[in-house]
Design a protein around this ligand. Structure first.
Ligand code: ADP
Ligand code: MG
Length: 381
């Protein structure tokens, strides 16, 4: 009897090790797990919630859908889950078209903003619920529930009812419940949305660690760029139902694809400009600006120029090129750096630049900066 149990345990361990190896191999090979092809979803009478979204997610990756409220994130997630039927396009999972597969047959785990836990049931029963629905036996359930509760560090609280837990603990119960059936894909819709700022900061890291430990592929919806950067391997920025950029957090930050993305990830210095005859030159209200590389659009093209805040140096005289002159409206200490706000001829609102050391100027001074070409990004059109 004991030997049988041991045998079972052993084969479970071996299976798990093989599965883990398989998963990491899958991740190393960058296999596509989920693919969205040209998804469009309308709501009557005339809302286009999602428009022609094409997207791939590699096995083991966490993809963050990032965008402002109302841009279609939840609708897209529901199309992936099968809770909404797209009007056009298809959903592919492991190379199979699952567009017409009902939600419960897709074996995806889901976690929503409101958690939807049973408040008067205890932690154990809440996590066991999904397994029960799937027809797992009692002892099988108990073992699996214990395993996931360990994973999210809640084993000690298994007997508590939900209304005896903090917001963060409830969030981990919801995560455990979603993970319990071992889903091949986890869908999370603003799972930290209802928590306060400080708690969110901490839980972001915890969530990231748990997802990495489990190695589960996930689609994570948020409107918070900090959260997306902290949690995503890839970020898909959405605006009005469309994708604006899909890339790593580093890439989105270093090279925002559009002015919208730039603003959404926190860059504010956008000024109007026009390409000059000079291959790498942009004429702006602040004077000529030289880019690091030549744009492939024609001279005369109008557009917007992004001035990143960390590429500025204070100089004594107005610079002939890449210069910004303006009046200081504020100097602000931000801990690791200082912010300098300048009212310039380029925009109604002040432009903001960052310095590692206290810039030697104060409110009302007129100052001159020069900008590194690498800190500029040109958006034609
Ligand atoms: P997000 O999750 O990014 O906030 P949603 O996907 O919830 O955005 O909504 C996208 C758009 O679709 C919004 O304009 C919203 O009002 C609309 N919408 C969402 N669900 C429905 C629905 N069931 N019926 C009609 N319009 C809807
Ligand atoms: Mg939503």
């Amino acid at each position: 009897m004991l030997a049988d149990d041991l045998q079972d345990d052993l084969s479970e361990v071996i299976l798990r090790a093989k599965f883990d190896r398989y998963l990491s191999l899958e991740k190393r090979l960058q296999l596509t797990l989920l693919q969205l092809r040209n998804i469009t979803k309308h709501y009557p009478p005339d809302v286009t919630a999602v428009s022609q979204v094409t997207l791939s997610i590699n096995a083991g990756d966490v993809l963050c859908l990032l965008g402002p409220s109302g841009c279609g994130k939840t609708t897209l997630l529901r199309c992936i889950a099968g809770l909404e039927q797209p009007d056009a396009g298809s959903v592919w999972f492991e190379g199979r078209d699952v567009t017409n597969v009902p939600p419960h047959r897709r074996d995806f785990g889901m976690m929503f903003q409101d958690f939807a836990l049973f408040p008067h049931k205890n932690v154990f029963d809440n996590v066991a619920f999904g397994l029960k629905m799937r027809g797992n036996g009692r002892s099988d359930r108990a073992a699996r529930v214990e395993e996931v509760l360990q994973l999210v560090d809640l084993a000690a609280l298994a007997g508590r009812t939900i209304d005896q837990l903090s917001g963060g603990e409830q969030q981990r119960v919801a995560l455990a419940r979603a993970l319990a059936p071992g889903p091949r894909l986890l869908l999370l819709d603003e799972p930290l949305g209802s928590l306060d700022r400080a708690l969110r900061e901490r839980l972001m890291l915890e969530l990231r660690q748990i997802l990495q430990r489990v190695g589960v592929t996930a689609v994570y919806v948020t409107h918070d760029q900090t959260e997306a950067f902290a949690i995503g391997d890839q970020i898909a920025v959405m605006r009005a139902g469309r994708l604006e950029q899909v890339a790593t957090p580093e890439k989105v930050y270093a090279e925002p694809a559009t002015p919208f993305v730039a603003q959404f990830v926190g860059f504010e210095n956008l000024i109007p400009g026009q390409q000059t005859e000079m291959a790498v030159g942009i004429q702006t209200p602040l004077g000529p600006m030289r880019l690091a590389t030549a744009p492939d659009t024609a001279p005369g093209t109008a557009g917007q120029l992004l001035l990143k805040p960390d590429g500025a140096r204070l100089v004594d005289e107005p610079a002939a090129e890449n210069g910004v002159s303006g009046e200081v409206t504020a100097v602000s200490f931000r801990g690791r750096y200082y912010q300098l706000w300048l009212q310039t001829a380029a925009s109604d609102h002040p432009l903001m630049f960052e310095f590692n050391r206290l810039p030697g100027c104060e409110y009302g001074d007129t100052v001159h900066l020069t900008l590194a070409p690498e800190s500029l990004r040109w958006y034609p059109g």
